[in-house]
Design a protein around this ligand. Structure first.
Ligand code: ZN
Length: 674
């Protein structure tokens, strides 16, 4: 369960000027196209690690690359074929690189790389190509049959017909994940987690028959499988494992995990890697739970990673997980902050403004640390989260706790790459508020992430017998709202001064202001005019912001005001806003604890989905004057091994110079495993 950085467009930030000075020679900017900017991140501290630790990070980076094709295929069943074809054209192009068609093709190629397929990573909409079908056909005509990634039994005309549909037909597979509950969300989603022809009803019936509501340790059904239909119309699972679906990629992952295990830091780490390999071999979800427990309980190792099927945002039903990988090591200085928070987890739980019956009597080991990301893979690349909290299974979180990490060097890269971008001047209501953000947004945003991940997701409990999936397609939105509200509620609390993580008791106002500005206005920059809000984190933010705006109306807690024809967020009463945060948290916790689908759906439909078209257009127009990319992601550093004459690795170094296309093409060359 993760939090993506809300507004990737922070103004100048004084709170990080020290690090900024330290990093002033580092060039964060790599590429810019469509609505995307590609950055690079630095891995401070890498050179100070031991040789074994560097080797382990190298092996894990290889494991994180090896599964790249899995996420491409999960996202849509034509993605891999299309990528091979586009890359052939891209690398072999001999024509005029100043032509409009080539420029549009270049942009489309970069978008497809960024989306790990033909759909936008965030809006889920299919990309619209700017080049002509004639240009495309002429380019493909130059390729020999042997260069075409034809499927078994597929000839060139059949291949071309489907590829043209995939690229140019806006009605064909228009949306990767469709969460419009008034339709069949599976039939109307392009995701390849379900075979064509499978319906939502069939999937729900299939899993309902498997689920045992009285199992105290319920399996995460569907987490690692694709649902297909046999010749008799019977539903079955194609399980992801070394001898099953995605076997060749999984075999490579296992190879590199095995190498990592050979240089593991300690027994606990070796044990969970062994269990993860077991899981990749068998696909057995009980083994996955055992792995998850071992992983959550390893809080001693410096190096940490996840590699596998973990988060299910890519599934309209929230069951099957996308393949992803994060490799990282601990940042001990910054971890003092999250350790102070997680060390007081029970206090926060006991003082949460929810019905006491829904509080956890005993919060189990919420471990939290700040880490330095050293490699991103699968669904976490190029677009990444800034915090991760796993495992996701409620019963494991309750019985064994969870591990929460904040990716500090990623957050820092976002912030440092944003300095001086004009955002505050355009959208923030006045100079004192701008100064508030400059002074306090960086630290309060970090704390918001910490509280969201370490405590928010881990707080509260379900009533006995309530199905954890009872909120269905709104589950992710409401869960993110719950975690955000928990964090917002505690940011103004004097407890933060008491435990020494935030010096200024008024600093929270920076995060409150940004949250309302983002939820009511600026996140709309990520949506095309005329479209609704779709993505769970964005829905959650709009839900909270609009609910507070409406419920604070009579006391004028927050207002949208006009100045020189432009709309601004004005917060008149921060204290009352906190009360409203607490009220909404209580209601959403009740909805979750009781599994009240209807109340949850009403909230989502009323506040989270619809957009005021006039305000939306204004936001887009004002953003357009700034040229701030709505989305950002990263290239990874390139790992180079230094070997002695016997081929033994004697050092590992990181190279930060690779371009975005070079990195993408190299990954395809090295890891076309499916
Ligand atoms: Zn979250």
């Amino acid at each position: 369960m993760k939090k993506v950085l809300p507004v990737l467009a922070l103004g100048p930030i004084m709170a990080i000027s020290l690090q900024a000075a330290e990093n002033k020679d580092f060039n964060y900017h790599v590429d810019r196209f469509a609505d995307i900017e590609v950055l690079r991140y630095e891995v401070p501290g890498f050179n100070d690690l031991s040789l074994n630790q560097k080797k382990m990070l190298y092996y894990l980076s290889q494991a994180a690359q090896a599964g790249r094709d899995i996420i491409w295929d999960q996202n849509c069943r034509y993605n891999l074929q299309l990528r091979h074809l586009l890359e052939q054209i891209y690398t072999g192009f001999q024509g005029d690189r100043n032509s409009a068609d080539w420029k549009a093709f270049d942009q489309y190629m970069k978008q497809v790389w960024f989306g790990n397929g033909i759909h936008h990573h965030y809006s889920n909409d299919k990309f619209t190509p700017g080049f002509s079908p004639e240009f495309f056909e002429a380019q493909v005509a130059l390729l020999p049959d042997s260069a075409l990634p034809l499927a078994d039994g597929q000839d060139r005309p059949a291949f071309m017909e489907i590829m043209k549909k995939v690229i140019f037909d806006p009605a064909f597979l228009p949306k990767k994940v469709n969460q419009d509950g008034s339709q069949d969300v599976i039939v109307n989603s392009a995701t390849n987690l379900y075979a064509p022809g499978v319906t939502q009803q069939e999937v729900e019936d299939y899993y309902a028959a498997l689920k045992d509501p009285n199992d105290p340790t319920p399996i995460s059904y569907g987490l690692n499988s694709r649902i297909a239909k046999d010749a008799d119309g019977k539903i079955y699972e194609e399980v992801y494992h070394v001898a099953g679906l995605y076997g060749p990629a999984i075999a490579k992952i296992i190879y590199w995990l095995d190498m990592a295990k050979s240089v593991a830091e300690n027994d606990a780490q070796r044990e969970y890697i062994t269990k993860l390999i077991d899981f990749y071999i068998t696909g057995d979800l009980r083994t996955f739970d055992e792995y998850s427990i071992l992983w959550a309980e390893d809080t001693k190792s410096d190096i940490d990673f996840v590699n596998g099927f973990l988060e299910s945002y890519g599934d309209p039903l929230g069951m099957t997980a996308s393949w992803e990988a994060y490799v990282n090591f601990k940042n001990p200085e910054a971890s003092a902050r999250t350790e102070a928070i997680s060390g007081n987890a029970q206090w926060f739980e006991d003082h949460s403004p929810i019905n006491p019956a829904f509080r956890k009597p005993e919060v189990k080991g919420v471990s939290a640390k700040v880490i330095t990301a050293s490699y991103l893979g699968g669904d976490a690349f190029p677009s990444t989260a800034i915090g991760i909290n796993l495992p996701n299974a409620n019963w494991i979180r309750a019985a064994h706790g969870s591990k929460s990490v904040t990716l500090e060097n990623i957050t820092e890269a976002y912030a440092l790459a944003s300095i001086g971008n004009g955002f505050n001047e355009e959208f923030v209501i006045d100079a004192p508020t701008s100064k508030l953000l400059d002074d306090w947004l960086y630290i309060t945003d970090m704390l918001h992430t910490d509280l969201h991940e370490c405590l928010g997701h881990a707080s509260g409990r379900l009533n006995p017998g309530v199905d954890p999936d009872a909120l269905k397609e709104n589950g992710a939105t409401l869960e993110e709202a719950r975690a955000d509200l928990f964090a917002l509620y505690y940011l103004p609390d004097a407890k933060l001064q008491e435990i020494g993580v935030l010096e200024n008791p008024d600093a929270y106002k920076a995060e409150y202001y940004k949250y309302m500005l983002n939820g009511l206005m600026t996140q709309l920059n990520r949506i095309e005019l005329g479209k609704d809000v779709e993505e769970a984190h964005m829905r959650n933010r709009q839900l909270i912001a609009k609910w507070i705006l409406e419920h604070g109306k009579k006391d004028k807690v927050v207002e949208l005001v006009k100045k020189n024809g432009k709309t601004y967020v004005k917060i008149n009463d921060y204290k009352k806003m906190r009360d409203l945060v607490g009220q909404l948290l209580a209601e959403i916790q009740r909805i979750k604890s009781e599994g009240d689908y209807k109340a949850g759906n009403d909230l989502v439909q009323k506040y989270a989905v619809k957009v005021d078209p006039k305000l939306h257009k204004e936001v887009l127009d004002r953003y357009a004057t700034l040229d701030i990319p709505p989305y950002r992601g990263f290239v990874n550093p390139v790992y180079h091994t230094v070997t002695d004459p016997d081929g033994e690795i004697i050092d590992v170094t990181l190279d930060y110079t690779e371009s975005y296309p070079d990195q993408m093409l190299r990954l395809s060359r090295e890891n076309s495993n499916l």
